[in-house]
Design a binder for this molecule. Structure first.
Ligand SMILES: Nc1ncnc2c1ncn2[C@@H]1O[C@H](COP(=O)(O)OP(=O)(O)OP(=O)(O)O)[C@@H](O)[C@H]1O
Ligand SMILES: [Mg+2]
Length: 279
């Protein structure tokens, strides 16, 4: 099934291509990143009882980039992720995945299945299943492998699990029940479960909360390693951690972008200093 047929409006192409009537050749089911960004949020406003959690937020995430999003409590960071994943619908504004997929018209399930994975703060692993089984379950939850739902894993599927175990640093723990893992390892397992679906965008909200120093360092390596072949958007309060992984940083405040740039640029930005230290 071609999700573009279901969800595509073509609106993005019309509004973005000002030069000529260029048409993109879109491979079936593939996100169109031919203009660079993979995520487009434009003028997104979300109100809760009149309070604007997001206020005309405009933000672009490039294909393959690692983006850190920082900002004080209540800035709208989690709400932004809720809009991208279809959990919250904007009152106004647009949210597109690539050039053609209108996220505001897709269900949470559809958004996940076209390649946007989200890691919540609380790990949602299956505690009584082994690490390996958790990854297996995540793979089987993917509709693209439906036919093998009750069957044995084939070689390719086993290789994929082995590969993800290595990526998330749990090769030695694959036979342990998830309940026996440390807090940090559970977080990595959940990232691994998302990776089984091979997402093009991975959203992670406060990934290092509760982690030891060593787990934090390894999470930094994990997330930076994941970028490139996919986009990774990290929301985090811990500035030392952000500095250790940051390329481009976006500072949100009161529902919109206050500053954007590398870590030094945003930390020296007068408006950012004002928000964090003054006020
Ligand atoms: N479902 C909701 N109903 C009412 N208000 C909400 C809801 N979700 C978020 N808000 C409000 O919207 C604002 C933005 O919240 P959000 O959770 O996006 O902030 P955040 O930047 O993630 O903050 P934190 O750093 O504390 O996680 C807050 O004032 C919050 O209270
Ligand atoms: Mg939040």
């Amino acid at each position: 099934m071609n999700p573009l047929k279901l969800f595509g409006t073509g609106r993005r192409e019309q509004s973005r291509d000002t030069v000529g009537a260029q048409r993109h050749t879109v491979i079936s089911g593939e996100v169109d990143v031919s203009h660079g960004p993979i995520l487009y949020l434009e003028n997104v406003t979300v109100s809760f009882d009149g309070f604007k959690a997001l206020n005309e937020l405009t933000l672009y995430i490039d294909d393959g980039e690692l983006r850190c999003i920082i900002g004080p409590n209540g800035a709208g960071k989690t709400t932004m992720m809720d809009v991208i994943t279809g959990k919250t619908r904007p009152d106004s504004g647009t949210a597109f995945f690539g050039q053609t997929m209108d996220l505001t018209r897709m269900s949470e399930y559809e958004i996940a299945s076209v390649g946007i994975g989200r890691k919540f703060q609380k790990p949602t692993v299956f505690p009584r299943h082994t690490v390996f089984e958790n990854l297996e379950l995540a793979m089987r939850a993917d509709k693209r492998v439906w036919p093998s739902l009750w069957g044995r894993l084939d070689g390719q599927q086993r290789d994929r699990i082995t590969e993800v175990l290595e990526t998330v640093m749990l090769t030695g723990q694959q036979a342990l029940r998830a309940a026996e893992l440390s807090h940090g390892q559970k977080q990595w397992l959940e990232i691994g479960m998302l990776l089984m679906q091979d997402p093009r965008v991975l959203l992670v909200d406060e990934p290092i909360a509760g982690m030891t120093h060593q787990e934090t360092e390894r999470t930094a390596e994990l997330l930076t390693g994941l970028a490139g072949s996919r986009s990774v958007v990290v929301v985090e309060h811990d500035m030392a951690f952000v500095r250790s992984i940051a390329r481009k940083v976006t500072v949100l405040h009161e529902g919109h972008v206050l500053a954007e740039g590398n870590m030094d640029e945003v930390q020296n930005h007068p408006a950012v200093i004002e928000v964090y230290l003054g006020g």
